[in-house]
Structure formats: C-alpha cells, structure tokens
Design a binder for this molecule. Sequence first.
Ligand SMILES: NC(=O)c1ccc[n+]([C@@H]2O[C@H](COP(=O)([O-])OP(=O)(O)OC[C@H]3O[C@@H](n4cnc5c(N)ncnc54)[C@H](O)[C@@H]3O)[C@@H](O)[C@H]2O)c1
Length: 246
Amino acid sequence: MRIDDQVVVVTGGASGLGRATVNRLAAARARVVLVDLPGTAGDEVADAAENIRFVAGDVTDADDVEQAFRVADEWGPLRAVVHTAGIASPVSVFGENPKEALASFRRIVDVNLTGTFNVVQYAVRSMGQLDPVDGDRGVIVTTASIAAYEGTAPAYSATKGGVVSFTLPAARALAPSAIRIVSVAPGAFDTALLRGAGAQVAGQVPHPHRLGDAPEFAALVAHIIENPYINGATLRIDGAMRPTNV
Ligand SMILES: NC(=O)c1ccc[n+]([C@@H]2O[C@H](COP(=O)([O-])OP(=O)(O)OC[C@H]3O[C@@H](n4cnc5c(N)ncnc54)[C@H](O)[C@@H]3O)[C@@H](O)[C@H]2O)c1
C-alpha cells in the first residue's frame, strides 16, 4: 500500500512510538488522523503540519473511536491504521489489596487489549467499503511487545500476549476482505512508557547496546504498510533483547 496521499489513523500519536509514526507518515505525505486522549500533546503535533489532524478520544470508547474514523473517512479513503495507544502496568497484578489489583488488571486489559479490538473493528468497517488498490483494501498495524514472550509484568504481558494471539486469526478472518493485519513487538524504546527504567533496561540489549529510538519503530511500520506480503505476523524490533527482569 502506498503511503503518500493516503489517509491513515494513528492512535496514541501524541507521544512516543505513535508520535514518531505520525511524523514519519506525515513526512511521506500521508493525511494523518492522530487519536489520543484529551489533554495530551495531540494538538501540538497536529499544529506542526497541515496534513495532521488531532481527534481527542479514548480507544476503549466506541463513540470516540467511531468519531475518529468518521473524520478519517470524510478526509479520503482510509488505507492504514496504526494502533499504538497503550499503557504499562501501574501496580503489580498481585497487590496487597485484591480489589485494587482486580481493578488495575481490568483497566490494563481494557486499554491494551479491548482497545485494540475496538480500533480494529472500526478500521475494518471503514476499509471494507473501499475498492482494493493492487489487491489490498487496507492494512492495520497493532502494537504488542516482547513482553508477550519474555515478560516479567504479568498483567501487561497478558494483554500483549492477547494482541499477538489476535493477529493471525484476525488476518485469516480479514483475508476475504483483502485487509492485512500485522503486529509489532517492540523491545525497549526510549519513550515515556519506560519512565525511569531506561538506563537499567538498555544494559540488557545485546546490539545495538542501547534503547530503541521511536523513529526506528516508525520505519518498520512504514515498511509494513508498503510491503503487501507481510500479513498475520508479529514482528520483533528489539536489538536481540530477551529481558530477564523488566
Ligand atoms: N516504549 C517501549 O519500550 C515499548 C515496548 C514494547 C511495547 N510498547 C508499546 O508501544 C505502545 C506505545 O507506547 P509508548 O512507549 O510510545 O508510550 P507513550 O506513553 O509514550 O505513548 C502512549 C500513548 O498512548 C496514549 N494512550 C494511552 N491510553 C490511551 C487511551 N485509552 N486512548 C487513547 N490514547 C491512549 C497516551 O496518551 C500516549 O500518548 C504501547 O502499546 C506500549 O505498550 C512500548
């Protein structure tokens, strides 16, 4: 799928991996609808280029996501959706207070896993109405994590394992509609999500021996959009990292 002049939706685009993706796709002349929570830097990112529009919304909310996709559909044919919105575990899943721990577990599942389903279903609805271009109606990129495989935070890992497990069956289900779905499993990237843990985590990355830069994630996303043969897979981008205690 070509990027230039296509409409794309990027969730979580006000910060980190999503923000770098917004900038990368906008620089490639896509028309980008940036979806992120109210009060984030979405306005600031959108103000920097005329081909970026910010729609404030929560990916767990059906009305918010429907509104964001309405904005995209009105701007032109929506050919790519990159879903990066997500949160890390605020507390250990096995907290001292079981009721608080349950609420916390439900919250992270809601944002990371149910939010993924919510965004994907609206993406499919928009793309399903389009004519195929070079055999593809559109492509959806979701964001898992290497924590799906070697995690140490149980709740977060469970949500990302869900994103990985969702990918292949969704690709099979969407094949008759000629819509691809691919997930990316980042290692440790230098964003707000890692908070103060960056220096400790960077030491566990064999080569390059550093945290990932968000534009490196965005470059992989751009390649996935453009390469029609990538489908139903989760692609790691992690400098060979296999975490032991993050
Ligand atoms: N940074 C890493 O090392 C790393 C590693 C593996 C996976 N990931 C995943 O990458 C994705 C992006 O993370 P990041 O590192 O860029 O973090 P980040 O905190 O910099 O950005 C996440 C963005 O998602 C938005 N968001 C959170 N909840 C939302 C909601 N309910 N609705 C709409 N927007 C919401 C936030 O406002 C923020 O702008 C996440 O899914 C994260 O789990 C990150």
